[in-house]
Design a protein around this ligand. Structure first.
Ligand code: FES
Ligand code: FES
Length: 159
């Protein structure tokens, strides 16, 4: 059976792309396989781990939970778009300084989720960091104390 493809226009890290995709193709798949965004990691593919988190029109979304056709016209940012000519953002620097990653698999997704969260809450408590900023992201290395430290440090710098 031939499945009809749909044309989708999407901006990824400032660059416009037009792709022809089957309606069932996931955004995570399109970003990784067609646009070379291998910084997006795939874990559960079921909206649990958050490893695939990107920002779509400024909101963090789990890209495995979106069909690419739903992203038509969207402005997508991945973690690769954060650093400015090699200069890390305050959040990225805080993750480095606080040793907030071990294998690093969860880190791109967490950084994108935190980047959006700190736009809305510039002075979160540690409880808010755990229960709100990080609620959609899992770290299988379980280094949560350092991740919370990093978000707290980043928030202080951004405030
Ligand atoms: S791979 Fe998307 S939430 Fe886990
Ligand atoms: S640092 Fe390994 S999964 Fe989070």
């Amino acid at each position: 059976m031939t499945v009809e493809k749909e044309e989708v226009t999407v901006t990824v890290n400032g660059e416009s792309h037009v792709v022809s995709v089957e309606p069932r193709e996931l955004l995570s798949q399109t970003l990784r396989e067609r646009m070379g965004c291998t910084e997006i990691n795939i874990g559960c593919e079921s909206a649990i781990c958050g490893a695939c988190t990107v920002q779509s029109d400024g909101k963090s979304v789990k890209s495995c939970t979106r069909f690419t056709v739903q992203a038509d016209g969207a402005d997508i940012r991945t973690v690769s778009d954060l650093a400015d000519e090699g200069t890390l953002t305050d959040i990225q620097q805080a993750f480095t300084d606080e040793h907030a990653l071990q294998c690093g698999y969860c880190t791109p997704g967490i950084v994108m989720a935190v980047d959006e969260y700190l736009d809305h809450n510039t002075d979160p408590s540690r409880e808010e960091i755990r229960n709100e900023a990080l609620q959609g992201n899992l770290c299988r290395c379980t280094g949560y104390e350092n991740i919370v430290d990093a978000v707290e440090t980043a928030a202080e710098k951004l405030d």
